[in-house]
Structures are given as C-alpha cells and as structure tokens.
Design a protein around this ligand. Sequence first.
Ligand code: DAH
Length: 333
Amino acid sequence: MSPLQQFDQFEALALAALESAKDAAAVEAARVEFLGKKSGRIKALQELLGKATPEQRPALGAKFNDVRQRVTAALEARQQELAQPKAALTAIDISLPGEPVRLGRRHPLTQTMDEFRDLIGRMGFTVAYGPELEDEHHNFEALNIPADHPARDPLDNFYLATAKTAVGGPVLLRSQTSTVQIRVMEKTQPPIRVVSLGRVYRPDTIDATHSCMFHQMEGLMVDRQVTMAQLKTTLRLFATAYLGRDVHIRFRPSFFPFTEPSVEVDMSWGQGWMEIGGAGMVDPNVLRAVGYDPEQLTGFAFGFGIERFAMRRYRITDIRRFTENDVRFLSQF
Ligand code: DAH
C-alpha cells in the first residue's frame, strides 16, 4: 500500500469508528485509538512522513494535515452531538414539581344533556333543535293555547317586542320546548320519534328550585296507534337508565292545552315523589294544526326539566349552582 493509500485508509477507519460510536465513552475510545498522543494510529502516519524523501514530503505533509484536520473535525462534531441531550437535560431540573395542567371540562348540564341524547337515542329517538327566539304561532297557537290563555300573559313571558315584527307578530324567548314539536311536525311526515333539548325562559322569581332560564327535554312520538302505555314505558325506561333501576314513574291527571289526556309526571327515587314535568297524548287540534289526520294518527308528548334530573342524580340542592360559574362546584363533575 502506498503512503497516500495508508492515509486514506486511516481516515476511512477513523470516520467509521466515530460514526458508530454510540456514546461519549465510545467516542473517547475512538479518539485514543486514532488520534491518541502516545499510541494512536496517527503515529504510524507520522512515521511515514518522517521516512519520506524530500521530494515526497510536501505532498505527503499536505495530505497528513488534511486527513488529521478532517478526522479531528469529525471527532469534535460527534462529541458535541452526544453532549447536546445531556446539556438539555441539565438545563431542566427534573426534580422540581411539575406545573399542574388545569384541564377544563364540560358543564354538568352539558354532560347531562349528552347522556340524555345517548340514552333516549337508544330507544330510537333522534334529536331536533328549535330557535330560542320564537313567534306566538309556535310557542302558543299551534300548541292549542288560545289568545286568552293565562300562559300567554306578557308578564309571564319574556316578550322581546310587542310591535309587529318581520315574523308577522310579537316574538318572545320560548317558554317551553314544546315549540319544537310543531316545528318538527310541520316539516316531517310520521312516523316521528324525536326529542329536543334546550333552554327555556320564564320570568320566575329565582330561588333554590326556580330560575328564569332552565333546560327542558321535549319528546314526541307520532304514528298509527301510539298509546299512553308506550309513553309511560318510555319515561320509565329513560328514568331508570339515568338514575337506576329503583326509579318509578307516576302519572297524575292534569291539563295541558296541547295534550288530551294530560298528566303530570312524578318520579320516585328513594323516599317520596318529585315532579319532573308534563306529558300526554297529542291533542287532535295540534295534529290538525300541522296538517295531520287525527283519525289516522296518534302521538304522545312529554316535556321535563333537565336540571331536576341532574340535581337528583348529583344531590344538588340549589339550581343556582349551575349558573354561578364557581369552579369549586363545576370541577366536581
Ligand atoms: N311544555 C310544558 C311545560 O313547559 C311541559 C309539557 C307538558 C310538555 C305536556 C309536553 C307535554 O310535551 O305533553 O310546562
């Protein structure tokens, strides 16, 4: 092998050794083996240089410098590469306590509504939405609530405008989700199985169980031969799915303009009964108002307060907790 070839071989071997060195110790070993002052292989090259004739020397000397410079540069690069992660580690004191990540979460009522949609969805009910800003037709008239009915008293509703508006009459914040029954039936042909969850507004005096804004879940099923037994079964299955098997449903005779017969629905859970909402068989007048034939079709409807259910389940005693935005309360869900 000519001296020049020996230089090239030295360089190739040294670079390969540095390349494959996996840690600082291996790099150091490669350094000692190739560039070591006492017994590094570079000494053999120096000897070659010493033996060179005066004519050979300039070229060989230049080669020697080049090779040594490249290997040294590769060594330093490799040392730095391996040192970097260590430097990064020492910059962060991993023994310090971490900064806690404060994750937000869905509001308990949102969680409740998501769960309701899931549970009732398994019984074949799809979800519909309606506007919170309603006209009198959907909030009252189509629901068989005549103009002189006390529920339409302006003092019992949040009317936004008493003058004529673009919709052809006054508009109000809806006082019930029953409005969505009408909106769905106006657009769809039976069979219908739908629920609607959302906010309703009433100028009630606010206390532990009343709020001027709360949430309802409305249900509607219209088909041939829908019965009250199906209504009760649906409500019982739903209530037990949400609260547990020991829940019972009780109907008390009542009156709503849009159902006939109408009932108040009570739920037992532990001791006593709690009113959760109203229900009944859709009044023929309502079916007619949306162009259905009451001789062919029957339906049931129900509407209840979502807060009531959530309060029962989580043993919340004051409805105001839901809207106070107190993180100590909210973070428990
Ligand atoms: N909309 C009634 C309310 O807010 C509740 C209700 C009663 C809904 C009977 C219904 C129903 O669908 O059939 O007080």
